[in-house]
Ligand binder design. Structure first.
Ligand code: FES
Ligand code: FES
Length: 362
């Protein structure tokens, strides 16, 4: 991991990034700036176009580490830009979008054309747009929208586009043949259980009981310190069944439990390696605090869903469900049966909570 500091939409951001993380993934996953779209991820379609040091650039072929010190501006950062405001109105008037997938990158390029080529005619506009592919519109509306803004007169004074930045040499990348989540920062969740410490510790020592409190989880067998189990999860239309093995250990004196294991979903071929640690602490005679620390690596098709900030929210949603179910189980209340971990619904809930927090309603 490398530490970088860059400006993102006028805000200084410092982060740890893997050498192979490209700027678009960094912005979408770590900053949730999902206005930057990804199409080809080969620098061809232009969907990921944004501004690096005020010049249009492909964020799918710019490594985040190479943008250390750069000034990055995404479509979100251009919301009030006077040229973009005019282009948005013109795109609407000229029906210059259908699905909208190409639109953020198209607007960034259109803004550059309007600022740099005030005399551009239709032919020149089409040449300048050659690096932005649109699958829906046939381009006629997009070209007309840009012509409409140019015809409306000179754009409000804007700083000229800077020359393309000279990026530092790229780090050597590890070979990879599959999508893999970087072994990122640990997920840490703290829980508060309205139960005495001794009761919670007894429950944590019972893997069968713990599995009962995690929807979709099942322990198949425990032999000495080895455990075999599975977790069923639904992610929209995708149903997964992760089966795996782990090694568990308990420290009675410190009230600390640890599990290290590997699992595989036979349907998608996704592999998961994880280590989880639970530490308990009495908050008072009737309340226990639990700290759960997880670090994991996902490899394979489902790794694309493991987006940094969302995973944290997802883990928080599972942890609070687990706490509620454990409390219910230990106080004799019945638990509604849940045969699947509703991963899709939890991710949506996590994204919604994250959005509310970002918008200040949190
Ligand atoms: S996603 Fe970057 S150019 Fe296609
Ligand atoms: S509007 Fe759908 S790809 Fe351009």
């Amino acid at each position: 991991m490398s530490r970088i500091t860059l400006m993102v939409n006028g805000e200084s951001v410092t982060a740890e990034v893997a050498p192979r993380t490209h700027l678009a993934d960094f912005l979408r996953e770590a900053r949730l700036l999902t206005g930057t779209h990804l199409g080809c991820e080969h620098g061809v379609c232009g969907a990921c176009t944004l501004l690096i040091d005020r010049a249009p650039a492909r964020s799918c072929i710019a490594f985040a580490v190479a943008c250390d010190g750069a000034d990055v501006c995404t479509i979100e950062g251009l919301a009030d830009d006077p040229v973009i405001v005019r282009l948005r109105a013109a795109f609407t008037a000229e029906h210059a979008l259908q699905c909208g997938y190409c639109t953020p990158g198209m607007l960034v390029t259109a803004r550059d054309i309007v600022q740099r080529l005030p005399d551009a005619d239709e032919g020149r506009i089409r040449v300048e747009l050659a690096g932005n592919l649109c699958r829906c519109t046939g381009y006629a509306g997009i070209v007309r929208a840009i012509q409409r803004v140019l015809a409306d007169g000179a754009p409000a004074a804007q700083p000229a586009s800077a020359p393309l930045p000279v990026l530092p040499a790229l780090p050597t990348l590890p070979p990879t043949s599959a999508i893999e989540t970087p072994r990122g920062p640990e997920i840490v969740q703290t829980l508060r259980l309205a139960l005495p410490l001794a009761d919670v510790w007894r429950a944590i020592r019972d893997p069968y009981l713990v599995a009962e409190c995690i929807p979709g989880a099942r322990v198949i067998e425990v032999v000495d310190d080895r455990l075999r189990g599975e977790v069923r999860a639904s992610l929209g239309p995708i149903e997964t069944l992760f089966s795996g093995e782990g090694r568990i250990s308990f420290d009675d004196a410190a009230q600390r439990a640890e599990i290290v294991g590997d699992g595989r979903d036979g349907r998608t071929g996704t592999r998961l390696s994880a280590r989880g640690v639970v530490r308990l602490k009495a908050l008072d005679a009737a309340t226990t605090g639990a700290t759960v620390t997880i670090d994991y690596t996902l490899r394979g098709p489902l790794a694309q869903f493991a987006r940094g900030a969302v995973v944290q929210e997802f883990a928080a949603a599972i942890a609070s469900d687990f706490a509620a179910r454990l409390e219910a189980r230990l106080t004799g209340k019945s638990l509604p049966e849940q045969r699947h971990l509703p991963a899709g619904a939890l991710v949506l809930r996590a994204v919604w909570r994250r959005l509310r927090a970002l918008l200040g309603f949190g």
